[in-house]
Write a protein that binds this ligand. Sequence first.
Ligand code: GLN
Length: 449
Amino acid sequence: SYLERLQALEPQLHSFLAVTADKALTQAHQVDARIAAGEAISPLAGIPIGLKDNLCTQGVRTTCGSKILQNFVPPYESTVTQRLAAAGAICLGKTNLDEFAMGSSTENSAYQLTANPWDLARVPGGSSGGSAAAVAAEQCVVALGSDTGGSIRQPAAFCGVVGLKPTYGLVSRYGLVAYASSLDQIGPLSRTVEDSAILLQAIAGYDPKDSTSLKVEIPDYVKALKPTLDRRSRRRIGVIKETFGSGLDPVVEAAVKQAIEQLQELGAEIQVISCPQFRYGLPTYYIIAPSEASSNLARYDGVKYGLRADDTNLLSMYTKTRAEGFGSEVKRRIMIGTYALSAGYYDAYYLKAQKVRTLIKQDFEKAFSQVDVLVCPTTPTTAFKAGEKTDDPLSMYLSDLMTIPVNLAGLPGLSLPCGFDAQGLPIGLQLISNVLREDLLFEVAYAYE
Ligand code: GLN
């Protein structure tokens, strides 16, 4: 029935780049057989999921939303998708994204535009826009996205679903096509906090195939879910003062402030917290992420993967392949990154950005010595119209103002719906905790939800 719904909605939404119906049905029958045989099954068994198309799936085309990978069929499976398959989850297909996860509206996909299910003229956010739209429209139950600067949380906010970016290193990046390796994390998009916890449980944990994977014990996230906040532990919640400045849509501000009042009624102690370096997050990110991207994307040379331009001269084949294969936003980032990393500029840009990154981290460290969870809007506005910001990259970049510092500090952040604006578009509330305290995010989010 999910496959039927998915197909029926696809002509309007365009959230999937590929639908693997036959494979899904075969897997579903296998799960049925396991249930019939009386086997104990995981809570994910038989659950239809969507996978962002930057997660490698063995034998299934993985395009990353790019023409340069239009024929790329990975010979291996990413760790997360392997873990989900082992739990019996059923992948319905690969979801649309901004090319190489660079973007905030999914409009940078080389293949199609995805619509926001709440208003088809608006973007679903990005870069995990296909995953967020698919979950919001119930084309699948849950989906995976990736978040380098907000790409799970921002589309979750725009589509009215729950999106979690886990602690850097908690979820293996093996098989996730790299954008900016020191920031990328895979995480769940779901309609409920409980589903998010179940999904994280299945994908979190050490993986020797990812050298940045953390060797830590994974707590029982579902156990952290209680109908109300634990009054005895009196959770301290900090409101990030700097996120309520100019540029914040008053309707978003009102909804977030109301959500904070509700958290207080649930028994949380509310404090105002200042993170003065927060505002440097965006410029810092736009040095570090393009730098890492320019290096990561050097591998697409027409030899090893996907597209190869027709040319007998090696050097011009490289150039032609990259000129034809990459879209304009990707090229912009490669140029910015290459410039920032060049000799003579490295100290002025990349090194400086890394230092500011440390300052941002220190702001958070100080905050978490005073509170358990930080709260702020996920995005300054609700979903914007398709085409509205495509000619203005700076204004597009601004939609990640509040999510980016979380990636720079390697922290977990969760966005959950907290109301609607006058046009009926969803508003997102962002919760941030200290490293590896996803349990606290789930506790607070679940009590609020
Ligand atoms: N929108 C941001 C960017 O364009 C973040 C993307 C992401 O998190 N993958 O880089």
